[in-house]
Design a protein around this ligand. Structure first.
Ligand code: SF4
Length: 387
């Protein structure tokens, strides 16, 4: 216990902790001191009690993919009757809807289509940028970059230079899944290795494209492998500083070949968030996913070092009905942040705050924050033992 206390104090004071220490905290630290230390780090890095969100839209261009990840419910193999490709006009139409609905960012996403090389992505990004310069294009990950470079028979560096010149603003942290070899091979045997994923990120950072980093928990990886994933990302961050945020989520088991249940409980997810906040002294933002883990866990995450709840994803459907759903989802998110005694603010891709939903009632006192924390902890039935 003395060792755990020392590590928590060191991390809360801004010190760098080792992967071994992070694993010790993850597996053995009592929940409440862990939460308190993580929240101290959040406060120091962010400077206030604002929790941000983003308005963006995912626009898919194809579901055809040759990589066949076992956890993926989205893809169809080439020639499958349910495979589809959207035209450039359709992609632009959806981006236009997003801009009209107030999105600041689009995430263009799709499978590894066997014919899509660098030239396809150049056309895609330059068309979107040309038509909607106000939208930030935060899209594709190292897996797509590796794939397009192979299809076009060019280096990763050339691929990155060309898609950046065509209009790509920021790289998504997609495709990280689990970076250590054993769990990665088990769920995505045809994807590039975790080391390769990180090398491509490093190349992109060095060429001036920043990114996020992600993690998908719950497909059977061990606690040690979860911490190893964090270590691999931090090693790159030490060299480039190009990761703006870390975003873990839990595996969703519907409609894919892996099936089973997610093997990450909400409590494991919350503990991982807190440990990530303490371990990533050099990554400014930490995002949690309230849509997959539920509102209570989402709120509790705001007391565990999280300062961002990600995006209000605009709906794909008819624009008028989507408008109503989107605004109710936004109110829900704002309410969720407020009732956790944090101040909601809309941000853009690079975390500049665009609108702060502040009123004097929102200004949280330490007592209110503590009282909210205790309520949620009771709701989730967290005890130091169970946590
Ligand atoms: S590469 Fe992406 S789209 Fe293709 S199977 Fe894997 S997760 Fe799905």
């Amino acid at each position: 216990m003395a060792e755990i206390d020392e590590v928590l104090t060191h991390a809360a004071d801004g010190g760098r902790i080792s992967a071994e220490e992070a694993e010790l905290l993850y597996t053995e630290a009592p929940f409440h001191p862990l939460a308190e230390a993580a929240d101290t780090v959040r406060r120091r890095l962010v400077g206030d009690n604002i929790v941000t969100y983003l308005i963006d839209r995912n626009v898919n261009y194809t579901n055809v993919c040759v990589t066949a990840c076992k956890f993926c419910a989205f893809y169809r193999a080439p020639k499958h009757e349910e495979g589809w490709e959207h035209s450039l006009e359709e992609v632009l139409r959806r981006c236009g809807e997003a801009a009209d609905l107030g999105a600041t960012q689009v995430m263009l996403q799709g499978g590894h289509h066997p014919d899509y090389g660098v030239d396809y992505y150049e056309r895609l990004f330059s068309a979107v940028k040309g038509e909607y310069p106000e939208l930030t294009i935060h899209s594709i990950g190292p897996s797509e970059i590796a794939h397009m470079a192979t299809v076009s028979d060019v280096s990763v560096e050339e691929a990155v230079r060309r898609i950046k010149a065509a209009g790509l603003d920021s790289i998504a942290g997609a495709g990280a899944e689990m970076l250590p070899e054993r769990p990665r091979t088990a769920i995505a045997p045809l994807k590039e290795s975790g080391e390769r994923w990180l090398e491509i990120m490093e190349t992109a950072h060095n060429l001036g494209l920043e990114s996020t980093a992600t993690m998908m928990m719950g497909t059977g990886e061990t606690a040690h492998e979860r911490i190893e994933h964090l270590r691999m990302i931090r090693d790159v961050q030490d060299r480039t500083g190009g990761f703006r945020s870390f975003i873990p989520w839990t595996y969703q088991p519907e409609n894919n070949h892996l099936k089973g249940r997610t093997q990450a409980t909400p409590m494991e997810y919350l503990r991982l968030l807190a440990v990530a906040r303490l371990f990533f002294h050099n990554v400014r933002h930490l995002q949690s996913s309230w849509l997959t883990t539920g509102k209570a866990a989402g709120q509790l995450s705001l007391h565990l070092g999280v300062d961002d709840l990600g995006s209000i994803m605009l709906e794909e459907n008819v624009i008028s009905s989507a408008g109503a759903r989107n605004s109710s989802r936004l109110s829900e998110l704002v309410e969720l942040i407020r009732t956790a005694d944090r101040i909601p603010a809309q941000r853009n891709t690079v975390y500049e705050r665009l609108a702060v939903h502040w009123d004097p009632e929102d200004d949280p006192t330490d007592d209110r924050v503590r009282s909210h924390y205790s309520t949620i902890v009771k709701e989730l039935q967290v005890t130091p033992e169970s946590a």
